[in-house]
Design a protein around this ligand. Structure first.
Ligand code: FAD
Ligand code: DLZ
Length: 509
């Protein structure tokens, strides 16, 4: 009797707990490209190409290491991962199934509630040790403070990991957080590194054809496909980032540019989330660059905070709050997702650029996701489930455990302030300050009430006004409400009227 080890598409790590618990002489690995996973949202073609190719490369690597691998390509026609296990169990004497716990609640439930009956055998779910904070540790931390805040979680993670901590247990440089130094606008210097491109090998080329045949109806360009698809290439991408972009990551973290889609961002999330890289190795590589004098502290701290802090924090919140989290909608946002998110023409330059980058790269950087497409969705009151499914579909790094708290919590304030104490609502002034988009836009960012005024300005005040009862007494928003109240009543009426019209007619944006 052997055991089956199911390895999911985002579990491509050699030291995965399920592989560590198995015996390569007797047990069999199962990997499968299946309809259910490839279609639960219309994933960007580049995301599917990346995952199928990386899965095939990983399976080949496991075989080289002596594992028996049952690999079911998409053409095998399997509907679900459970069907793949069934297929392998039919041809081999199987006693048990080992699986490292999946990242998404949806699959975790299926594995616990449905699969054991369907398969007629027990499933052993193992912890995913690739994360730096376990579910149990996060739950314990969350049971302490009255208000959950990422900053305090992050400090604890710094102390636990020893990253950027002195011998006496203090934060390096004397401060925990250098965010205030990380808000520069980018004016073209220093030059951004050219994005690193990997050329497609025969495995990837075959997958590109498969995806073009089967998923051409999904939003997004399948080619050019330039991602790393195995661990070695992902490590090259990490080194490239550390050498060429990390020194400026902090300064330009919040900047946006018409001419540079990626600026100094790492583009590592897609590899990290699939398991080709591990969070601690990335953080240690960044810390070492600082210790060697190759990158400044504000950059390295800012970068480590994203991975050790935000990434672990949103995962903790997801597992703490699911499944109810999915249904939260504190601001009652129910407007349909405008067609411009799927590429329909818009005269808003910032939005057009973010959607174009998304279509071309299956990537947009954090500020584009948060302050452009996210801010617009918040101001327009877009239905939370629709915008969640959009973010889950269009980015190559998107998995529900990381995407949902960012969308529902950080962007839409649908959890009532759990992830961020106040909404990230912003007018066009923010975009103007952090980018060069407004100088090349149809709309006028200096006004709010005219036909050609920046829609974000009118919609911002519309948002402020329609949520007055909820936010007017919020200590960090009181000043905004005072400005709104101080405005001339006629002007206020005109701005609100334009906001209302845009709210009802987003197709005109
Ligand atoms: P960098 O800017 O180089 O940051 C370094 C790393 O930090 C990233 O690779 C990522 O692992 C981590 N990180 C940074 N910010 C966050 C964050 N807010 N939450 C979690 N990890 C973070 N990230 C995903 O990995 N998958 C998603 O599906 C996803 N959806 C998002 C949806 C919305 C609405 C928003 C606002 C953010 C989302 N993010 C998501 C977070 C962030 O935008 C991406 O991690 C980042 O843009 C990836 O590009 P990068 O690797 O160049 O990141
Ligand atoms: C995202 C994805 C896609 C598109 N396809 C597959 C697949 O065919 N087989 C597979 O094992 N995993 C795939 N994945 C990743 C899973 O959806 C992911 O493992 C779960 O959502 C848990 O995070």
């Amino acid at each position: 009797m052997s055991r089956l080890v199911l390895v999911l598409g985002d579990q491509l790590s050699a030291d995965l707990s399920s592989l560590a618990a198995a015996d390569r002489q007797h047990d069999r690995v199962v990997m499968a490209e299946v309809r259910e996973e490839a279609s639960y949202v219309p994933h960007h073609p580049k995301k599917i190409i990346f995952l199928f190719s990386a899965m095939r490369h990983f399976a080949a690597q496991l075989r080289e290491q002596g594992w028996q691998v049952d690999y079911y390509p998409y053409d095998a026609g399997l509907d679900s991962l459970c069907d793949a296990l069934q297929r392998s169990a039919e041809t081999h004497q199987v006693s048990e199934i080992l699986i490292t716990r999946p990242g998404e609640w949806r699959l975790d439930q299926q594995m616990r509630d449905q699969w054991p009956t369907q398969l007629g055998m027990s499933i052993r779910l193992l912890e995913d040790h690739r994360f730096l904070c376990s579910h149990a540790d996060f739950r314990q931390w969350a049971s302490g403070p009255k208000q959950l805040r990422m900053e305090y979680f992050y400090r604890e993670m710094r102390l636990r990991s020893g990253l950027l901590i002195t011998a006496t247990g203090e934060p390096e440089g004397g401060r925990w957080n250098y965010d205030s130094e990380n808000r520069a606008r980018y004016d073209g210097t220093p030059p951004c590194p050219a994005p690193l491109h990997f050329s497609a090998d025969p495995i990837t080329r075959e997958v590109i054809e498969l995806v073009k045949q089967n998923f051409s109806h999904h939003f997004g360009d399948p080619e050019p496909f330039v991602f790393a698809v195995n661990r070695e290439q992902a490590q090259t991408a990490l080194q490239y980032f550390i050498d060429r972009a990390l020194p400026w990551f902090g300064d330009y973290q919040d900047a946006m540019s018409l001419h540079h889609d990626h600026l100094f961002h790492s583009l590592l999330s897609v590899y990290l989330n699939a398991g080709l890289l591990l969070p601690m190795e990335i953080c240690k590589a960044a810390e070492q660059a600082w210790r060697d004098g190759r990158a400044p502290l504000n950059a390295v701290e800012g970068f480590i905070r994203q991975i050790l802090g935000w990434r672990e924090y949103v995962r903790g919140i997801y597992w703490l709050k699911m499944p109810d989290y999915l249904n939260e909608n504190a601001l009652g946002s129910r407007q349909p997702l405008p067609a411009l998110y799927w590429g329909a023409e818009t005269r808003m330059r910032c939005v057009a650029e973010a959607v174009r980058a998304t279509r071309e790269h299956a990537h947009a950087h954090h500020i584009q996701r948060l302050m452009v497409t996210g801010n617009l969705a918040l101001l327009l009151g877009v239905d939370v489930e629709q915008i969640h499914r959009w973010y889950l579909a269009v980015y190559a790094d998107a998995y529900e455990w990381v995407e949902l708290p960012n969308t529902l919590g950080m962007v839409m304030h649908a959890d009532g302030g759990l992830l961020g104490s106040k909404p990230y609502a912003a007018s066009g002034k923010y975009i103007q300050r952090m980018s060069d988009y407004c100088n090349h836009c149809h709309y006028n960012v200096a006004t709010s009430e005219n036909d050609d005024s920046c829609p974000l300005n009118s919609l911002y005040w519309h948002f402020i006004s329609r949520h007055q009862t909820r936010f007017a007494r919020h200590p960090r928003m009181a000043m905004i409400y005072r400005s709104w109240e101080k405005m001339d009543a006629d002007r206020r009426r005109r701005i609100f009227a334009r906001g209302q019209w845009l709210f009802e007619h987003p197709e005109t944006l």
